[in-house]
Design a protein around this ligand. Sequence first.
Ligand code: HEC
Ligand code: HEC
Length: 216
Amino acid sequence: MTLRLHLLWLLCAQTALLVYVLPMAETRAAERRVMGDVQAKLAYCEDCHGRAAQGFHGYFPIPRLAGQQPEYLKNQLEAFIERRRTNNVMFNVAHSLSPGMIAALAADFRALNPPPLGGGARHLIRTGEKIFQNGVPEANVAACAACHGPEGQGSGEIPRLAGQLPDYVYNKLINWSKERGQNPTEPDISAVMSPVAHSLTRPQVEAVAAYLSYLK
Ligand code: HEC
Ligand code: HEC
């Protein structure tokens, strides 16, 4: 009797183990597949955005994504898809990303921390720092630090600027209203930056971009 009970118990335990372990193994395999997909996609992004997503100076500057705020990154990818932000290369790239993939990539970029590439003119750093920390009161330009943070780290939908490529920052600020907020049916947060971008002179943009390019 005791032996039969014992055997019965063993049988039940084994079945329970099978019922429990098999789906777990399947879930693990699925997780590994998804992680493999994310790693492959990350490598694809880095083909253009540089090693560890530190940015790349090619025919045109390709921005640093390392350390970027996940919410900003997500909003920009959606902006490319919704044509709020114009860029044909990134429209095509963003179009193929699922929301889950976007979230996974955003978390991975956030975790990367390569040193800044630098590259801005060193004699402009001091002037750039003043503009970043204090704004340009006589031209009604608010301090960049007020929104982007005293160390340019950004928060939420406000981007990190620390370590960004200087020629990229220059291009974005000079072309702001031709590239951002381009879908009239979908007004977005880019409107906040418009007056800032319009009120800066080109030498001021160059100086602030130089300062940011060395910021960690
Ligand atoms: C073929 C080259 C190329 C590939 C591949 C590529 N990008 Fe880009 N990406 C660019 C360029 C060029 C820009 C700059 C667009 C501009 O000047 O407005 C950019 C800009 C961005 C921006 C905006 C950054 C900012 O600071 O506003 C994000 C976010 C982005 N890419 C994410 C990705 C992700 C995620 C991947 C991989 C799935 C990827 N990119 C793959 C070329 C590429
Ligand atoms: C009132 C808040 C505010 C102030 C002040 C401000 N910014 Fe911004 N900035 C933003 C927001 C919000 C965005 C994101 C816009 C978007 O989503 O298109 C942004 C985006 C940017 C970008 C684009 C980054 C990228 O990766 O494409 C640059 C460059 C930038 N700001 C530089 C500056 C500089 C330089 C100053 C100071 C002279 C400044 N900002 C002041 C809110 C601000």
